[in-house]
Design a protein around this ligand. Structure first.
Ligand code: F6R
Length: 251
């Protein structure tokens, strides 16, 4: 499996700036063609510097988000939008409140949806992505379980947007932010592996030694539902952007 192309940067900051510049170039290119740019976005610690740089490009270099449509990967469920641990809150804090995006172009899975309505809601989320023309670019982080979005081990290659049960390791990693494991939600709504794989371009970022083992398994291991990120080996246009620490175990 040689399909995953990787680029290793001296540090996370340089890698994140490079990723932001690729996104900015795509936004400008599509906007010059009079087209919307459809971005799939991630939360968590990995993309924070990417959003910082996009905000800087907006403020200092006139990058406009007027023709950008976004779909976030996931949200805890249940989760209120106003909760500071929600991905809704995160995205507004780090990006949407600081750029000229039309709020009606922002899509984040709704953590307040009633359990009995989740199935229909997830179907409509998939349909909205398709109606927007599909994802031009998908930004990803990776969990220590090998999850992308919240597609935990066991996720199907063709899975669509759905509700899932979070892996114990994922909840342990989220525990500090929630001030204790008992406060971490047990479920989430996530785009599926199939949803992500349909993106025309995928960039996965991983920073730091905590990710070194899962990065090795994802790039060098056999494709397996036990490490859902290995499914990216089958995607034609995926790049992993790494720092020295996360790339340390690669042969
Ligand atoms: C977040 C997401 C997750 C994270 C992953 C890594 O929207 O989909 O897959 O990307 O858990 O999180 P960080 O970046 O905090 O290490």
């Amino acid at each position: 499996f040689e399909k995953i192309h990787n680029v290793i940067f001296e540090d996370a900051k340089q890698g994140a700036i490079q990723v932001a510049h690729e996104m900015a170039d795509l936004i400008r290119k599509k906007s010059n063609q009079g087209k919307t740019c459809v971005l799939g976005l991630a939360t968590g610690s990995s993309p924070i510097r990417v959003y910082e740089e996009l905000v800087r490009l907006h403020r200092e270099e006139g990058l406009s988000f007027k023709h950008v449509v976004t779909f976030n990967l996931d949200e805890y469920h249940p989760m209120e939008k106003s909760n500071i641990q929600s991905y809704h809150y995160f995205m507004h804090q780090h990006l949407f409140d600081h750029v000229d995006i039309d709020p009606s172009n922002v899509h984040i899975p709704d953590g307040t949806i009633a359990s009995e309505d989740v199935k229909a809601y997830c179907r409509s989320y998939e349909q909205s992505i398709e109606a927007a023309g599909g994802l031009d670019f998908q930004l990803l982080g990776i969990g220590r379980t090998g999850h992308i979005g919240f597609n935990e081990p066991g996720s199907h290659f063709n899975s669509a947007t759905r509700d899932i049960t979070l892996d114990h390791i994922t909840r342990v990693d989220a525990a500090p932010a929630f001030k204790g494991l008992e406060n971490v939600p047990r479920k989430a709504i996530t785009m599926g592996i199939g949803t992500i794989r349909k993106a025309k371009r995928i960039v996965l970022m991983a920073w730091g030694q905590n990710k070194a083992e899962v990065i090795k398994g994802t790039i060098e291991g056999a494709m397996s539902p036990e490490v859902p990120a290995t499914y990216l080996q089958e995607h034609e246009n995926t790049t992993f952007v790494l720092d020295r620490e996360s790339a340390a175990h690669l042969t």
